[in-house]
Design a protein around this ligand. Structure first.
Ligand code: SAM
Length: 479
């Protein structure tokens, strides 16, 4: 690639003789020329600027001097020669220079950087070369003002130059970098010593388990990007995120829809939420049922276990937590169907009652019954678990609207449920799900629960078989 730089400070660019760009230049991968703009001034003082027409502070760089310099770099013959010539005008009022632009410009044959000073270059210069068929890009390296275009030019040459084949020794270094195709910031990096000033690196990095290392780094990259650049998280496409990514994002308060990643709120439900929770509960229960259950059995369950009175009693019970997942209204539903409990597809039939005053939609809920609960809500712990010396909480329900399966919301509700169970003094959490609902069992497994035999459960008048699953809670802090 040929690079031309025009500046009144040609000596500034000796920095490009250093390091990888300097080596690329020496090796002929880059062909760098620096032109002193003053060589094209015609007066004794080699003047390149004049006062602004219309008045105002500062000086403006003269178009006639720039024209002479650039005509030599872009002689008539170069235009239409089939090569890509780009005139880059660094300016704080330009389009923001990004990795995507660097990648695009790395495909050009010839880049010419016009370094402004003072108040900048007379605007007709850029217009003139655009009219002559040169591709002109006015580019800013950030929302601040420098004294001249030289620093911006060095920044751009370094970013573009390192993308050219052969400039970076190991091209793999470019793959997982910040602002790469993954759309994330890079995970934190470490080297030896393993323990430095009391700080130990994550042992997974020393395990040699490549899949576990890749997962750890991916999680760290997602978390870091979310913290520092939520705009980048919102720009991710659903097809860039696997089910582990979705679970992590949902736990961190974001959910994946077909239009990208959207904020999610998970909070405890209150008595004012009963109507919309009832609507969600009766919508989602039938889908989780095994196919042999009759309509009457299901209806009986809805009328009793999932009645508004019953839901009120959950919310009023101090030893029970009812947790809801809310999305902003009009969040488009996700593509795919990868897990979570079950529900029916509501289409647009959502009632007013299901939306909060702020227009949020309740799209999932979980019910956690703490170790000190009693009465009908407190189901007996399955026999195979009750022998273990733990303080058990029961994850009684996790239901997600069908449209939002695969978004990571189920995993987020399970994680929050586990936290709440710990806060209620539980050391273990159990759940049971229909043997027919493989998707739910998979969700619980992904959340860290393991199978512990089965149990029977009655819906209406029919006895169903459930898989029992459990997890040990990491830290129990009594209520
Ligand atoms: N009057 C100009 C304005 O407000 O847009 C600022 C001129 S600045 C003092 C002088 C030169 O520095 C510009 O012509 C440009 O070449 C360079 N420059 C300053 N800030 C820059 C930035 N953020 N990105 C790229 N170039 C910049």
């Amino acid at each position: 690639m040929r690079l031309d730089i025009v500046s009144i400070f040609p000596e500034f660019f000796s920095v490009l003789d250093l390091s990888l760009i300097g080596k690329a230049n020496a090796d002929g991968l880059l062909n760098l020329h620096v032109t002193n703009l003053r060589d094209y001034a015609t007066d004794r003082h080699r003047t390149v600027d004049d006062t602004p027409l219309g008045g105002g502070a500062g000086m403006v760089m003269k178009p006639d001097v720039w024209g002479k310099a650039l005509d030599e770099i872009f002689p008539e013959a170069t235009l239409g020669d089939g090569e890509r010539h780009v005139l880059i005008v660094p300016t704080p009022s330009g389009e923001t220079f990004t990795q995507r632009i660097a990648e695009d410009l790395a495909g050009a044959d010839h880049l010419v950087f016009a370094c402004g000073r003072y108040e900048g270059i007379d605007f007709r210069v850029a217009q003139h070369y655009a009219e002559r068929g040169v591709e002109v890009r006015e580019l800013s390296i950030g929302d601040y003002v420098l004294n001249g275009g030289e620093v911006a030019t060095v920044v751009m040459i370094e970013a573009i130059g390192r993308l050219l084949p052969g400039v970076i020794g190991n091209p793999d270094s470019l793959v997982e970098e910040s602002h790469g195709s993954a759309g994330l910031l890079e995970y934190p990096v470490y080297t030896r010593p393993v323990n430095w000033r009391g700080q130990e690196v994550n042992p997974v990095l020393l395990s040699g388990d490549h899949a576990a290392i890749a997962r750890l780094r991916r999680d760290q990259a997602l978390e870091k990007t979310l913290r520092r650049r939520p705009d980048m998280i919102q720009a991710l496409r659903p097809d860039q995120l696997d089910s582990d990514d979705r679970s992590l994002l949902a736990r961190l308060g974001w959910c994946v829809g077909e239009n990208g990643v959207r904020p999610l709120e998970i909070r405890e439900l209150e008595s004012g939420d009963v109507d919309r929770l009832h609507a969600l509960a009766i919508r989602t229960f039938p889908d989780a049922c095994p196919p042999f259950l009759s309509h009457e059995d299901i209806q009986q369950h809805l009328d009793t276990v999932l009645s508004p009175q019953s839901i009120h009693s959950w919310i009023d019970n101090p030893h029970v937590r009812v947790i809801g997942a809310f999305l902003p209204q009009n969040s488009a539903a996700p593509e795919g169907d990868h897990g979570g409990e079950a529900s029916s597809d509501t289409g647009d039939g959502r009632t007013q009652a299901e939306q909060t005053a702020h227009g949020e939609q309740l799209v999932g809920y979980a019910l956690v019954v703490g170790p000190r609960a009693d009465g009908p809500i407190a189901e007996k712990c399955p026999k195979q678990l009750s022998d273990e010396h733990c303080s058990w909480a029961h994850l009684s329900k996790v239901y997600i609207d069908q449209k939002w399966r695969g978004s990571g919301i189920a995993a987020a509700l399970i994680a929050v449920s586990a936290d709440m169970a710990s806060q209620m003094g539980a050391t273990s959490l159990w759940t049971a799900t229909s043997t027919a609902n493989k998707r739910a069992a998979k969700s619980y497994k992904r959340a860290g629960m393991t199978k512990k035999g089965g149990r029977t459960y009655t819906v209406g008048t029919t006895t169903c078989r459930d898989v029992v699953m459990q997890m040990t809670l990491s830290s129990a802090s009594p209520q």
